[in-house]
Design a protein around this ligand. Sequence first.
Ligand code: NAD
Length: 363
Amino acid sequence: MKLKILVTAGDGIGPEVTNEAVAVLKEIAALGGHTFEFDYKRIGGIAITTDGTPLPKDTLDAALASDAVLLGAVGGNEFNSLPPDKRPEAGLLAIRAALGGFANLRPCFSFKELTSNSPLRPEVIDGADILFVRELLGGLYFGAPREWNKEKGEAFNTMRYTRDEVARVARIAFKLAQNRRKKLCSVDKANVLETSQLWRASVNEIASEFPDVTVEHQYVDAMAMHLMNRPKDFDVVLTENLFGDILSDESGVITGSLGMLPSATIGGKVNLYEPIHGSAPDIAGKGIANPCGAILTGALILRHSAGLEAEAGAIETAVRKMLEQGYRTPDLVRGKDHGYTVLSTPEVGAKVREMVKTILVNA
Ligand code: NAD
């Protein structure tokens, strides 16, 4: 298998965590005889400082010519006074738009060893494994007209969806459900919103193509509660843009740490992969960032851009095993007498590689 991966590490802890993700992918390539080529380009604050723009043209060209883009994180306090369209985050929005991915996948799972990090009770979250599929290019964030009329003291946004926009993201969600526990929960507000009525009707149309997947519909307000009360009941959760943004962040508490969660945006010209955390300027350069979110993002590259399911699973198992054996980055420990072995970012990366190797060699 050949794969061209563009690494846009970005700012803060971005380079630290993507280094570990790349090292794990290199280990997998070496073990399986795969050729993964890595190219590196600037995005975000580092690109503003060096190139005067958060998304230089050669970064975008390289992204469009690659099979997958691995992004670290962007942003830094020194850029906070810039206008929104000049800030590092503008580079992120621009690359997402240019790559055109419309389905944002956010796995959200509990790690048995981290249940005490979550504010939810262990028996509620232990075993939870949800995959959010969030529509990313439509809805309120993009709908026109939109305006804030300061003189009139009035502002509005437009929520708009077409049947085709719903159908394409729903198909992706149903296909993913087929390879999981074959359950899909579609979230809307069909008791109030016409866009949600169209959403529900379109999801039901697509459901008929996937008779092996059980479908349920939930209103977004009820769903916000169900996710905290009984997260284990859900498998694939399909949502429009705004609802997915809120519910997937809310469900981050199931995992108990921002540093553990990966994401993928698929369906466009090139898939974009990124851990969900930001550039964490407060810990950048200290070697203490948790690289697991980025490493697990590497697993999503293997699953969704290379079809290497066994290798993706090996990374996920390796991260679990590392936690089982009591290794932790500082963000995962509380108090002094925790009894864990606290490791640096590169040390965690090395442990995961060691375990991936053991898993794949013995498979
Ligand atoms: P953040 O995710 O960077 O950090 C929030 C808190 O979580 C911090 O205390 C940080 O130390 C901790 N944290 C985050 N990731 C961690 C990791 N891997 N290991 C250990 N601890 C971790 O969010 P923020 O502080 O709101 O934002 C900081 C900057 O990142 C801002 O400029 C923001 O705009 C940017 N940001 C970028 C992205 C992205 O690039 N996708 C996402 C969110 C925020």
